[in-house]
Write a new protein. Structure first.
Length: 331
């Protein structure tokens, strides 16, 4: 398959990407909320439960995996990758290695993972990975984000994207303007527009093929601590305005991150955005929390809860599938 055909499949209408690439620390915190210990067996059982949901391939085009998961077998003995492939779901892999404080600006982060990336990508390609993901976080605060941080982060995203394409893997570039903070929706718009403008300049300068690349970024929303909540209409207007200014027409699509939104809120906002279409690019979803949280609570580590948890997960997947076409009518 060409990079272009994989990229198109990732953002196919009516489908989205499941972000199941929680790092060890993140999954530990997730499990702790429902009183579960993060053992390899529990992680295997949990992800196996999600991936074997009957009919998951109707709503999910790809799944981002963590290093452990792409090499893992499910409780039934099949590899996680083969379970996804049997449903027509593209396996993806998280390749960044988390963040560190930026030198000279401790309130800002830089993403690690460029060292040895080419070799890791080769290995992941042999394990079946068709796409990869690299997340950079942009923080809004007093005097930040700085131009230097945006420049470094977008340069690194472009270097990662080029390595992916050399390995025959579609890069998903994820600059996330964090919801953390008390900022307004206008500040989010300003930081997002600046970041995305810089990103596409860097991708172009590095020689990355945009038609074989997927964007994963945030919606335009006010900060969580701002005390205000934007309506779906406000989120849609602000997001579409930025995208129309900045996204190149040859980009196959963009898969929104949920970024701390409640599950129904993320669906309503996605729906409102798609109602503003048609666009030159498909606008899909790549949700972790907003697809999984209610299913994790329903499962709670018990095998007798698997069917109920899968039904909860499939409902969220279906609601978001409808929202990619602007057809979501509420729960």
């Amino acid at each position: 398959m060409s990079l272009q055909s994989i990229a198109k499949q990732m953002v196919a209408k009516g489908k989205g990407i499941l972000a199941a690439d929680e790092s060890s620390g993140t999954i530990e915190r997730k499990f702790a909320k429902v009183g579960l210990t993060s053992t390899e067996d529990n992680r295997r059982a949990y992800r196996g439960m999600l991936f074997t949901s009957p009919g998951i391939g109707n709503y999910i085009s790809g799944a981002i995996l963590f290093d452990e998961t792409i090499k893992q077998k499910a409780p039934d003995g099949r590899t996680m990758v083969s379970i996804l492939e049997a449903e027509g779901i593209l396996p993806g892999i998280k390749v960044d290695q988390g963040t560190k404080d930026m030198e000279g600006s401790p309130g800002e982060k830089i993403t690690k993972g460029l060292d040895g990336l080419g070799e890791r990508l080769k290995e992941y390609a042999t394990l079946g990975a068709k796409f990869a993901k690299w997340r950079s976080v942009i923080t809004i605060g007093n005097g930040i984000p700085t131009d230097a941080n945006i420049k470094q982060q977008t340069k690194d995203l472009a270097a990662y994207a080029l390595e992916c394409q050399k390995a025959g893997i579609v890069p998903m570039v994820e600059p996330e303007v964090l919801m953390d903070g008390g900022h307004t929706i206008e500040r989010c718009v300003e930081a997002s527009e600046k970041t995305l403008t810089a990103l596409f300049e860097e991708l172009k300068a590095a020689g990355v093929d945009i038609s074989g690349t997927i964007l994963k970024t945030n919606m335009m929303v006010p900060g969580k601590e701002s005390g205000t909540r934007a309506t779906p209409e406000q989120v849609a207007d602000a997001t579409v305005a930025v995208f129309k200014k900045v996204l190149p027409n040859d980009l196959p699509g963009q898969a929104f991150l949920s970024g701390g939104q409640e599950d129904v809120e993320a669906t309503e906002n996605l729906n409102a955005i798609n109602k503003k279409g048609p666009f030159p690019w498909n606008l899909s979803f790549s949700y972790g929390r907003a697809l999984q949280d209610s299913a994790l609570k329903a499962w709670n580590g018990k095998s007798e809860n698997i069917i109920a948890a899968q039904q909860v997960f499939l409902k969220r997947a279906k609601m978001n599938s409808l929202a990619t076409e602007g057809k979501y009518k509420g729960e």
